[in-house]
Design a binder for this molecule. Sequence first.
Ligand SMILES: Nc1ncnc2c1ncn2[C@@H]1O[C@H](COP(=O)(O)OP(=O)(O)OP(=O)(O)O)[C@@H](O)[C@H]1O
Length: 315
Amino acid sequence: MIDRRQIEGAVAAVAGPRATVRVEGDRVGVVVDATGLDPQARDALEASVRAAASVPGAEVRVVMTAERATRRLIAVASGKGGVGKSTVAANLAIALSRMGRRTGLVDADIYGPSQPRLMSAEGERPTARDGKLDPVPTPYGVPMLSMGQLVEPGRAIAWRGPMTAGALGQLVDADWGATDTLVVDLPPGTGDVQLTMIQKHRPAGAVIVSTPQDLALIDATRAIDLFAKAGVPVIGLVENMSGYACPHCGEVSDPFGRGGAEAEAQRLGLPFLGRVPLLIAIRTASDAGRPPASDPADPVFAPIAEHVAAWLADH
Ligand SMILES: Nc1ncnc2c1ncn2[C@@H]1O[C@H](COP(=O)(O)OP(=O)(O)OP(=O)(O)O)[C@@H](O)[C@H]1O
């Protein structure tokens, strides 16, 4: 049984009269009035309210009211293709949203826009109002826009730099309403889209995804370098496809090695945000448009999102 008074006391100690607590079953909802706070103070307050409201067995949701002046972008990048960047971006966005952040998702991967499928929004076309795109809703509470929604499905995108930059601008500067956090799934590598993203849209930070393998890590190091040179902080590294548990015998093997990204993060003095195991269930759920982070019991992406939210609160 959750003790509402105890939570109210703990929340009032950090947020004073700004916060209102509601408890329903094992769900704790806290609405916080963030009027007049700058983004950093707002994120710091959100983090301390969340900590104060967290009691064992409770699912906590913190909602910050009042429109914030600036929307913060989190770039999800990788040096190499196929390492699971889109999977991590979709699940990170959902996990952040489950934590109460108003999160949107931009699929800037012009070479393989996969978010409409991952987010179960295939075939949805965004409408435009006053020259601005309206993001499409998804079943996971995360509105999204994808390069894939701007072109005919299945058509290879062979755009030149300026067209790509224009399309990225349309996605990022769409009518995101009260969305306060935009997760941006970048194409792999260090090309035009990444440069435009960094120079024009100034992400608050970047999450780098790599497999534990040397080759992928070398490419990841290049991507890290690009952000570092442009003065965009790297929030940390995620190791994907780390360790494979055989669904039949349970034996754990390491097709791509294990721990490589964590060791690399340590070497570079960057935070390690967590590892995502190589699981058939992740691929089948992703293909079916049911991202694993939408499961309330998700043990993998929620802790990664906690790290990212804590970083945002501090920066
Ligand atoms: N941890 C995992 N376990 C099992 N399958 C995974 C995992 N991560 C990603 N996959 C699968 O690997 C494939 C590639 O993943 P994803 O599209 O996320 O990679 P990407 O780095 O975004 O690729 P691209 O370079 O094409 O943008 C997908 O089929 C996805 O479902």
